[in-house]
Design a protein around this ligand. Structure first.
Ligand code: PMP
Length: 302
């Protein structure tokens, strides 16, 4: 069954301070962000009616806007509250939330200093990011053609809409080739990230993940590093060359949507879904969910 188009759903969307009926939350075709990519966004999951790491996401939204040269006219606390308000209005216990800030339609052209900065927050029911059937046996990735840009070339550390242009191209190409996703290298030819998730590798009891110097420093990535360290695993954040994949035994992706997803294959390299990956999948799903976190008395200094 085809999914219901995203502009034809019911309920409300928080838009510039008001709860707007879902189908009326529209923008004009001459919106700066549509033409010039002047938008930043967040994606977080809702567990037991609460956004996991809500304030971290709201802070990152603000930081991304600042990198793009604009300020969101709502404080971090107000963005947090907008998220809580829309979840309540939608009555959502489990799902995904998408705050987005963008330059409006008051000016057109590269210069857009006087455009209104808009903020909208939507949330909806969203299941597994990767097919549930593949998730537990490990997903298959191909290698991407495009590379993550040099921070001197693009605002790499922002979660900016424009940076996803190459991600959508690569995600579509991977799907056309029968894969679940693509692994991108960075501008230096080092391992970077998947099209919407960070990557980790395991050899023995040691976990390796790329330095977040030109990739998104994922909130899930930071949480999983802390969960792994709490278990006593050695986590090494470093530059990783693609040919090193031959030596790694396990691999997984992390992301708010992807959570912890095991990987069985990247191009010519094969991985097993081993115990450490399974432990971290389980730890993350317990830590992310308030009821399970309380039950297991899990706390982290992230
Ligand atoms: N990299 C990219 C390109 C992403 O889109 C995401 C998802 N936001 C991530 C990494 C993971 O980030 P997070 O764990 O904060 O969701």
């Amino acid at each position: 069954m085809a999914p219901i188009p995203y502009d034809q759903r019911d309920g409300f969307i928080w838009m510039n301070g008001a709860l707007v009926p879902w189908r009326d939350a529209k923008i004009h075709v001459l919106t700066h962000a549509l033409h010039y990519g002047s938008g930043v966004f967040e994606g977080a999951r809702i567990y037991d009616g609460e956004v996991f790491s809500l304030t971290k996401h709201s802070e990152r939204l603000h930081a991304s806007a600042q990198i793009l040269g604009f300020e969101i006219p709502y404080s971090v606390a107000e963005v947090d509250q907008a998220c809580r308000d829309i979840i309540k209005a939608q009555g959502l216990a489990e799902g995904y939330i998408r705050p987005i800030a963008w330059r409006g339609s008051e000016e057109m052209g590269v210069a857009a200093k006087h455009t209104r900065i808009n903020l909208a927050v939507s949330c909806w029911d969203w299941g597994s990011y990767f097919p549930e059937s593949e998730k537990f046996k490990g997903i298959r990735l191909c290698m991407a053609n495009y590379r993550r840009p040099d921070p001197a070339t693009a605002p790499s550390r922002a979660k900016a809409a424009g940076l996803y242009m190459i991600c959508t191209i690569e995600k579509h190409r991977s799907m056309d080739l029968g894969y679940a996703d693509a692994l991108m290298l960075d501008y230096r030819g080092l391992i970077a990230e998947a099209t919407g998730a960070n990557v980790f590798f395991i050899k023995g009891e040691t976990i390796h993940t790329p330095e977040p110097d030109c990739i998104l420093n994922g909130i899930t990535r930071q949480t999983v590093i802390a969960l792994a360290q709490r278990r006593g695993f050695n986590v090494i954040v470093r530059q990783i060359k693609p040919e090193e994949m031959a030596d790694f035994e396990q691999c997984f992706l992390t992301g708010s949507a992807a959570e912890v997803t095991p990987v069985s294959e990247i191009g010519d390299y094969r991985f097993t879904v081993g115990d450490i990956t399974k432990t971290l999948m389980d730890d993350y799903s317990a830590y992310a969910r308030p009821s399970a976190r309380a039950e297991r008395k899990l706390s982290l200094a992230v």
